[in-house]
Design a protein around this ligand. Sequence first.
Ligand code: UD1
Length: 371
Amino acid sequence: MKVMVVFGTRPEAIKMAPVVKALRARPERFTVRVAVTGQHREMLDQVLDFFQLTPDYDLGIMRHGQSLSDITCRVLKGLEGIIGEEKPEIVLVHGDTTTTFAGSLAAFYQRVSVGHVEAGLRSHDPYNPFPEEMNRRLTGALAALHFAPTDRAAENLRREGVPDSRIFVTGNTVIDALLGAVSEDYVFQDPVLKDLNFQDERVILLTTHRRENWGQPMERIFSAVRQLVASFPDVRVIFPVHKNPRIREAAGRAFAGLSRVNLIEPPGYEEFANLMARVYLLLTDSGGLQEEAPSLGKPVLVLRETTERPEGIEAGTNLLVGTDPQRIAAETTRLLTDKEAYRKMAEAPNPFGDGRAAERIADILWQERKR
Ligand code: UD1
């Protein structure tokens, strides 16, 4: 069976690497082609290096300040010839980026089936997260096989009319990737991370990059962080700043001169996973971190108004705090001062998977090949 795996951004690469590995481990069954769109450049390449993945095709579409239409058009046009020539039996896409949606559409135009990994997540608000919620729904409409990470995601698909026989609950491949990356004796490369003292200081990991948080919401998040650092002398904030220039500029301005807020370059995946494993808690608007941190026993305060990953909230390991600075500061303060509240969040079980999702996906692809 010839399978083409398409991805373009850092998180897709992390979550698809285990799938590529599982397919390549079964060469008697699968021929695998990896096509990256290069929607991200540096951030994608770091992940490819870590997982020792060499793409067969690289569209190299990234431009600074790219718009959503730029990405969509370049992915669609770039994949047309590749899918047409390779004629895979199925194209696998992941999640909710513009690469995901445009990659599915490109496959559909060539009458090639689409398998959607991490299918069925919904916030039910088309503008939150934007454009990811719509990317997932549109990809779901195009897909023939839906690999849902959880029962809830499967239920979302059923409610939209996807036949039960097309939905498979596999767990999330992010856990497969994570379990291979964290180790106790890991030595950090980044000069700031290398010098951290996790015994004497409580380190908070901050990440924010989502479009709906650009501008005022992000300013509010930054003001809460300044407040927290001023109130707790043993708290240090590490903020790996996304490569997007809009975010870089805002972050530089907000934290200038604060010695206990460190802005660092986005670390490689292994470095990031090991950082996550050692911090006290996370403040983030990322989707993937809501899945990863619970596996490492770290509370996550989610800097968004909605989440398509309510499983973490229900399990008690994640808490939705939005972007109101008072709320962010209050909830973080609670976790910094109330040991029992911290323990409850840190010890809640991870609802996102057991580290065997990619193997399941490979088995299902084989089993469904004739249908
Ligand atoms: C994209 C995805 C988002 C995902 C995120 C993970 C879309 C619409 N958004 O958002 O769902 O959560 O990736 O990070 O698909 N840049 C670089 N080097 C890089 C990466 C980005 O310079 O390696 C800069 C470029 O100037 C680029 C900008 O960041 O124009 C924005 O990148 P883009 O892929 O358009 O959106 P993200 O915010 O990264």
